[in-house]
Ligand binder design. Structure first.
Ligand code: ZN
Ligand code: ZN
Length: 377
């Protein structure tokens, strides 16, 4: 379902051109990020929506199509007409605010939000994309820490040109259009008054340099795809779902731009013997009913090795015992969690003849009348 642009701008369907313009100006002021009160994200969203609405309703032809078809797609012929797909593409948006001539809205938007390349037309150095990777970590490795290694396919700085896009040996000189600054300052009349702002130099794409020949390896982009081994230190005590961020280890930026970050998600493998909740580790251990009745000293397996545990006489099944400080180390701390063992008392499924006699004697001693195959059998 298409958006109701009239509703977004808060106007009637029969609004005049002047009313539409007025409504948009007031919306643009209201949601201007420097002035908007409260949620900045929401303001940014509202700002975009209002602009999108004005882009349509402020244009006679587009408005007619919109009124007739009730949808932006039908009116504009779909992709490439400004709002292809879900994203809002500022590159095709032009505003005439009257008196100031044409103003590229994408440029204004970037001045507000400090975005880069939102309009798709910025050609200067651009930050590389962030990458997310998943790493499987063994149960014990997550407790004691390890170094994980994995292969990562990503865009890296081109080795041939060291990222600047110029063929080695090619003559590099300062851009004549921007005198090597990479920016061009312009003054514009906008709805907010006179605004001075800088745009990326169109000749050099913001680098401030021009070169005779593009790098033969990366064709001037400064980047190349490469599969590399990544090593990452997994700290002791890391928990499943934890994310490690390696700054600057994402994709290389375009034309010498800053690299993105690499986010590594920990997937900790389960253990057959242990269960971990935070820094505490849980296990179960079976003992015989005789051990439970008479008491015993048993060995409990923990992640730190076997530990002696005293089972007092008369221990009931499902009793938990805590072995202090035998759990996982706490992340970035010298403290440790505990090991908790649940004792399960086992009843033998089969008895030898001798065992049976002894148990029957025991029953007699306790005044227990066993009916089945026992005393009266
Ligand atoms: Zn290159
Ligand atoms: Zn330039």
């Amino acid at each position: 379902m298409a958006k109701d642009y009239y509703k977004i701008l808060g106007i009637e369907r029969g609004a005049s051109e002047a009313e539409i313009k007025k409504a948009f100006r007031s919306a643009a002021r209201k949601y201007h990020p420097d002035q908007a009160k409260g949620d900045k994200k929401e303001a940014e969203q509202k700002f975009k929506e209002s602009s999108e609405a004005y882009e349509v309703l402020g244009d006679k032809q587009k408005r007619a199509n919109y009124d007739r078809f009730g949808s932006a797609e039908a009116g504009f012929g779909g992709k490439g007409a400004g709002f292809g797909g879900g994203g809002f593409d500022f590159s095709g948006v032009k505003f005439d605010f009257g008196g100031g001539g044409e103003s590229g809205f994408g440029d204004i938007f970037e001045t507000f939000f400090g975005g880069n390349g939102r309009g798709g037309k910025t050609r200067g150095p651009m930050r590389g994309a962030d990458i997310e990777a998943r790493v499987r970590v063994k149960f014990e490795d997550a407790i004691f820490g390890t170094t994980a290694e994995f292969k990562l396919d990503r865009l890296v700085k081109c080795e041939r040109c060291r990222g600047n896009g110029a063929e080695p040996g090619s003559k590099i000189s300062d851009c004549r259009k921007c005198n090597g600054t990479g920016e061009i300052s312009t003054t514009r009349q906008t709805i907010f008054g006179t605004m001075q702002h800088s745009t990326v130099c169109p000749d050099c794409g913001g680098e401030g340099k021009t070169f005779e020949k593009k790098c033969g390896s990366c064709h001037g982009t400064g980047r190349a795809r490469k599969s590399e081994k990544i090593k990452v230190k997994i700290p002791a005590g890391v928990e499943s779902g934890a994310v490690i961020r390696l700054a600057g280890q994402g994709e290389a930026g375009a034309k010498g731009g800053q690299s993105g970050d690499l986010f590594i998600h920990m997937m900790i493998e389960p253990s057959r013997e242990f269960e971990r909740r935070g820094a505490d580790i849980f296990s179960t251990q079976k003992i015989s009913f005789i051990q439970a009745a008479l008491g015993d000293e048993i060995a409990v397996k923990t992640v730190h090795g076997n530990v002696k545990l005293n089972i007092p006489a008369g221990t009931q099944s499902h009793t938990n015992f805590k072995i202090k400080n035998y759990g996982s180390p706490k992340l970035h701390s010298s403290e440790k969690g505990d090991h908790l063992v649940k004792i399960l008392v086992e009843i033998p499924k089969k008895l030898s003849r001798k065992e049976k006699e002894l148990l029957e004697a025991l029953a007699k001693e306790g005044g227990l009348k066993i009916k089945k195959g026992g005393i009266f059998g």
